[in-house]
Design a protein around this ligand. Structure first.
Ligand SMILES: [Zn+2]
Length: 250
């Protein structure tokens, strides 16, 4: 059986949970297939976050640069290179940056999987060294676009601030048959998405959740969530439409 989204055989879906989470750190998901991926408990922040840590180093060493034949090139760092590297933990040309360094891993379709390589360049710790912002998670925005999450597990995940104003959006993605039990959704809009068979009545918490132009066939959605221009509204599963919290109020 071939995946209808990415044309790979089901066994060939090689992205692991770690791959998927690493890709997300660098801006979200575009044109990717995450069939049956386990995202359990992951925190997806749409809002700008900066978790870089300041570490003290007194020295940074770089791996030996080699030419095309593998012969070592005696590196000539300029004074400017050294200053930049001490300030940012990166070096200008000819040495690639830390993030680029991590782009050597590719999925089967040739798309890069971003991995932050913390060992390269090699920091040398020193208690009285200089303060350098070295590494960490930095998410400028998170965009979910044209990606497939069919049958993926989002239980106990946290989705926060996926709105236009944070530059983070969820557009044209396939969430059909995904699990959401125990998840937290706050300020999230799903636009042009496939929500077929999704049960959102057993979330841990939600606030300001809307579905715009989404296919809602067979889905269970609490009354407090906004449905705008739903597709297949008449085929929704209304048997448990009200969330537990709204039942309690009555
Ligand atoms: Zn696929």
């Amino acid at each position: 059986m071939k995946c209808q989204i990415c044309n790979l055989l089901y066994e060939e879906h090689s992205l692991t949970r770690d791959d998927a989470l690493n890709i997300h750190k660098f801006g979200g998901y575009r044109n990717r297939c995450f069939l049956k991926t386990n995202f359990k408990g992951f925190e997806f922040k749409g809002k700008l976050t900066d978790d870089r840590v300041i570490i003290k180093y007194n020295n940074i060493t770089y791996p030996l640069l080699r030419d095309a034949k593998g012969r070592p090139i005696i590196a000539k760092y300029s004074k400017k290179d050294e200053q930049i590297s001490l300030r940012t933990g990166k070096v200008s040309n000819p040495y690639i940056k830390i993030v680029q360094e991590g782009q050597n891993k590719f999925d089967k379709l040739g798309n890069p999987i971003f991995l932050l390589d913390l060992d390269n360049p090699i920091p040398v710790h020193h208690p009285n060294g200089k303060s350098i912002i070295k590494s960490g998670i930095y998410i400028k925005k998170s965009l979910f676009k044209n990606s497939n999450f069919e049958k993926s597990d989002f239980s106990n995940t946290i989705f926060k601030s996926f709105l236009k104003k944070y530059n983070s959006r969820i557009i044209a993605c396939n969430f059909s048959k995904t699990k959401w039990n125990g998840a937290t959704l706050e300020n999230v809009i799903f636009k042009d998405c496939n929500m077929r068979g999704v049960d959102m009545t057993n979330l841990k918490f939600f606030k300001n959740v809307a579905f715009i132009n989404c296919n809602m066939r067979g889905s269970r959605i609490p009354d407090e969530m906004v449905l705008q221009n739903p597709i297949n509204e008449n085929l929704m599963d209304n048997s448990r439409k009200r969330s537990k919290s709204s039942i309690r109020k009555r």
